[in-house]
Design a protein. Structure first.
Length: 158
């Protein structure tokens, strides 16, 4: 058997990607992250969310092909528009991260209703909603750190 025969047998046995040394981290992903926030009449607040989104994009690197944000109300894009934009970019697995501190009616009712409608519209796209920010295990430690580090003294909120 010549080299091509051996290579063909190896590809058949191991699969093309493993044979070529392509691991999961190297493969292009069709996974997206959509940070969802309330939205504000104060544009500077909406811009803070956009800046946070950019920091997430840089931190998450290759794990997501798309990292963007959307707003429940007041600001653009809306949550349905954000989901639609991700789908149009080719995202097949979309993770929604609610940037909310409490499980009020927006988290408990409004967001699930908007997501359910988009799931019906795009049944081939997996749309997952993570727990909201206020439910995060590390939140208490982060708050304690802010207090202990004197964060309240360093930045005065008008």
């Amino acid at each position: 058997m010549d080299m091509r025969g051996y290579a063909a047998k190896a590809v058949e046995h191991f699969g093309f990607e493993r044979f070529c040394g392509i691991d999961e981290a190297m493969k292009p992903t069709r996974r997206g992250l959509l940070l969802i926030a309330h939205g504000s009449r104060r544009e500077a607040s909406n811009e803070e969310v956009r800046c946070l989104t950019e920091r997430l994009r840089k931190k998450l690197g290759r794990r997501f092909s798309s990292v963007s944000c959307a707003f429940l109300e007041i600001a653009s894009p809306s949550i349905p528009e954000g989901i639609e934009a991700a789908v149009q970019r080719g995202v097949e697995d979309l993770v929604l991260l609610p940037y909310f501190l409490a499980a009020g009616s927006h988290v408990a009712e409004d967001i699930p209703a908007l997501v359910a409608a988009k799931r019906r519209e795009h049944p081939g796209v997996a749309i997952e909603v993570t727990p909201y920010l206020g439910a995060a295990r590390g939140l208490v430690d982060m708050l304690v750190s802010l207090v202990e580090d004197g964060g309240a003294k360093k930045r005065r909120i008008p």
